[in-house]
Design a binder for this molecule. Structure first.
Ligand code: ADP
Ligand code: ZN
Ligand code: ZN
Length: 731
């Protein structure tokens, strides 16, 4: 009888969630496919990891020291080789935990160890008439309308998932009888070759669009910046480039900003292509996300449209990547793994040797620089596609205007005129809430957050003062704590107050508000969008949510209510953002038949920012900023990282950064600024400091920063810190 335990002979490196700078070694009794998930022991727990490489080998790692894998969860690779490589690069490049890229690549249910098979299901698919129908044509049944609208949003679904959402079998059957959907039973795990067959014919391209498309088709490996004014038909160029990609049997990945991925966007792709389109966005349940992800990775979807994290979706035979509104801030993740999805997409396209199109009316300075120096192909669409003229842009000098809560007489009159003509008006105001402060008229006291270095914003809804940085709320004080005056009230105007004021001024016109409160979920956002489709005049009021590539066909006047704070922000990118925002918001005007008008209220009408913007010359504006960046060695002429540190004890946070600054300077490869207090120097009770690290060479920046994680644990003595590579803001 032998009681000898046999040591499993195969060694495998597994990426494990946690603060590790590399994979951990395990052993197993049979070979493990790279890219398969494994359940492995870690301390006393058992965690799901991803097998990423063979090894570890050598005398330092005797096999008896390696713990055996508990279970291999996937018989084959779940993440293909290209995604494994990209995920490993992510952790290295952004100097984050080794496993973070791998975990980002997996939907939540797979991260938790759930099954990766599409079950045998009844699949519901829209028919050709089902794709085309407008939901409200289904007159008598609200449920059927919702069902069609939902399917047009998520394309295919299973009967089970629809039943879970409260739809009945009977409602499905009625739609089958109307020939709007089909239901098929199959275990859908076979790939489906893309065909590029169209439901509706493509538009005939204008000359500029044709030149752009030809350029993409001619140089299959290059990145392109498609710089086209708002409404110039960029999407049509994407669609035709994708069509060609599908005809070659390849698949396409389209990234859009979070808020831009509306049912209208998805429908625009679905109504063009017969091939399967799946969407990946924050409105999906975990089960829907898993299903969409599996359809993509099994090769059933021909086109994946998704937001930031979709950049890591496995897609066999990927032939083209599109990043729409490439300048958009939502591509940069602002916590944990702080990646920039546009840059990851560029890396993915480069490694795969495929074209990538970055489209926007307002390129980021980085992309513009790359295009102007020949690293990207530069494609220009200078005219609006339908021949509509760009709107006229004028400033209103607020120093010379009577105004009511910041709404000038001049703007008010123009609003009234446009509404009287039956048009829609869009008013932009970058402050949510009722009023940005709660203020004593006698002594100037303002209500501040007790946990942050910030004023509280007054919200009429729920009647409370709320901190927009930590969420703290309190009841508004009726009298001043400093001088005991009872002349305390809301000061300034936020979107909530603007809505109230406009409702009083134009009682017969609907006021539709877009901000993080009125459109807090995707569902609410879409509901507000639908209200803008109703006939008749309307006022749309909101924050930068309005600037995200959405078409408001009937808007003829755009009013910029308040922009001045953006002129003076200390952040590096504030002016770039502001120029983009103004151009994008202005571009919402006059997209339909009628020429638009844009009026910008400001106390600083002579600010140079307005000159090029009035002439629709974003390029000159951006090139001026680029020249400034070059003088100061800032991106894209140098490389930047920010190290942020926070602690309940200011001295500890500052001291930690001081140590790091010493170390970094000793490498003699980087310049270091700081420690300095962050723009918001205290948030949620923690003091915040930062170091700005700069270098002319990317490799120097990385070489200097990489060892920091070995020297300084991420959380220690109530101090936590992180590195932000290519930061979106220096705050
Ligand atoms: P962008 O993405 O640049 O903002 P879109 O692609 O949404 O612009 O196009 C704006 C409008 O112009 C849409 O209504 C679109 O259908 C129309 N359009 C685009 N290209 C053409 C074309 N070649 N001929 C006619 N209309 C076009
Ligand atoms: Zn007072
Ligand atoms: Zn606060």
């Amino acid at each position: 009888m032998t009681s000898q335990i046999k040591i499993p002979p195969y060694r495998i490196h597994v990426a494990i969630p946690g603060p590790f700078n590399g994979p951990l070694g395990y052993c197993h009794h049979s070979p493990v496919a790279l890219g398969a998930r494994c359940l492995v022991p870690l301390g006393r727990r058992s965690v799901v990891g991803v097998a990423v490489a063979p090894g570890p080998d050598g005398a330092d790692y005797p096999i008896e020291k390696l713990k055996p894998i508990g279970a291999v969860l996937d018989p084959d690779a779940l993440l293909p080789a290209d995604i494994l490589a990209l995920a490993a690069w992510l952790g290295r490049y952004y100097l984050h935990e080794f496993s973070s890229g791998f975990l980002l690549a997996l939907p939540a249910l797979l991260r938790k160890g759930g099954g990766a098979e599409l079950p045998v299901e009844e699949w519901v698919t829209l028919t050709v008439p089902g794709v085309a129908i407008l939901p409200d044509q289904l007159k008598r049944s609200a449920a059927q309308q919702q069902l069609i609208a939902l399917l047009q949003d998520i394309s295919t679904s299973t009967v089970r998932a629809l039943r879970e959402r409260g739809f009945s079998r009977g409602q499905l059957t009625s739609l089958v009888k109307k020939d709007l959907i089909t239901i098929q039973i199959h275990q859908d795990d076979q790939p489906i070759a893309p065909t590029g067959t169209l439901f509706e014919p493509a538009l005939e391209l204008n000359d500029e669009q044709q030149l752009a498309l030809d350029a993409v088709n001619r140089e299959p490996y290059s990145p392109f910046l498609l710089e086209g004014v708002t409404g110039s038909g960029k999407t049509e160029v994407y669609l035709q480039a994708i069509e060609r990609c599908l005809r070659e049997g390849k698949r396409a990945l389209v990234l859009v900003p979070e808020i831009g991925l509306t049912p209208q966007t998805i429908r625009r792709f679905q109504s063009r292509f017969q091939d399967r389109v799946v969407a990946l966005h924050s409105g999906l349940s975990d089960a829907q996300r898993l299903s969409a992800w599996l359809q993509a990775s099994l090769g059933q979807a021909a086109i994946v449209i998704g937001t930031r994290s979709a950049v890591l979706t496995p897609l066999p035979n990927l032939g083209l990547i599109v990043v729409d509104e490439e300048h958009d801030l939502s591509y940069k993740q602002q916590d944990s793994l702080r990646y920039q999805a546009r840059d990851v997409a560029l890396k993915r396209a480069h490694d795969a040797g495929i074209p990538i199109i970055l489209g926007t009316a307002t390129p980021s300075l980085e992309s513009l620089h790359n295009a102007q120096t020949g690293r990207f192909g530069h494609l220009l669409l200078n005219h609006r596609a339908g021949g509509m003229a760009l709107p006229g842009v004028e400033t209103i000098d607020m120093r010379k205007q009577q105004h009511q809560n910041g709404l000038s007489e001049r703007l008010l009159m123009r609003v009234a005129d446009h509404l009287a003509d039956g048009n829609q008006v869009l008013l932009f105001l970058n402050r949510r809430g009722y009023a940005p402060s709660w203020f004593c008229a006698d002594c100037g006291w303002m209500a501040d957050c007790v946990f942050c270095d910030a004023h509280l914003t007054h919200h009429r809804q729920g009647y409370s003062n709320i901190c927009h940085h930590c969420g703290h709320r309190e009841a508004p004080r009726k009298s001043c704590p400093t001088c005991h005056s009872n002349q305390v009230s809301a000061m300034g105007t936020g979107t909530e107050r603007a809505e109230e004021l406009l409702g009083e001024l134009f009682p017969a016109v609907p006021v539709i508000r877009f901000d993080r409160d009125a459109a807090s979920t995707r569902h609410k956002f879409v509901a507000q969008l639908e209200r803008t489709d109703l006939p008749g005049p309307a006022i749309i009021v909101g924050t930068q949510m309005l600037a995200k590539g959405h078409h408001f066909e009937r808007v003829t006047l755009v009013g910029i209510w308040d922009i001045d704070i953006g002129l003076f922000s200390a952040d590096l990118r504030a002016r770039e953002r502001m120029g983009q925002l103004l151009t994008q918001v202005s571009g919402r005007s006059g997209r339909g038949e009628r020429r638009g008008e844009v009026l910008i209220q400001t106390y600083y009408p002579d600010d140079p920012i307005f000159v090029p913007l009035k002439q629709h010359d974003y390029r000159t504006f951006a090139n001026d900023l680029l020249a400034e960046r070059q003088r100061s060695g800032l991106p894209p002429f140098g490389y930047l990282a920010v190290i942020r540190c926070d602690s309940a004890f200011a001295d500890r946070a500052e001291a930690r950064l001081q140590q790091m600054a010493h170390y970094l300077l000793s490498t003699k490869r980087v310049r270091v600024l700081g420690p300095i207090p962050a723009l918001l120097s205290r948030r949620a009770g923690k003091h915040r400091f930062m170091l700005i690290v700069q270098s002319d060479k990317r490799s120097h920046l990385h070489q200097s920063l990489t060892p920091l994680h070995q020297h300084y644990p991420r959380d220690q003595q109530q101090v936590s810190w992180h590195i932000d590579i290519d930061p979106a803001e220096l705050a």
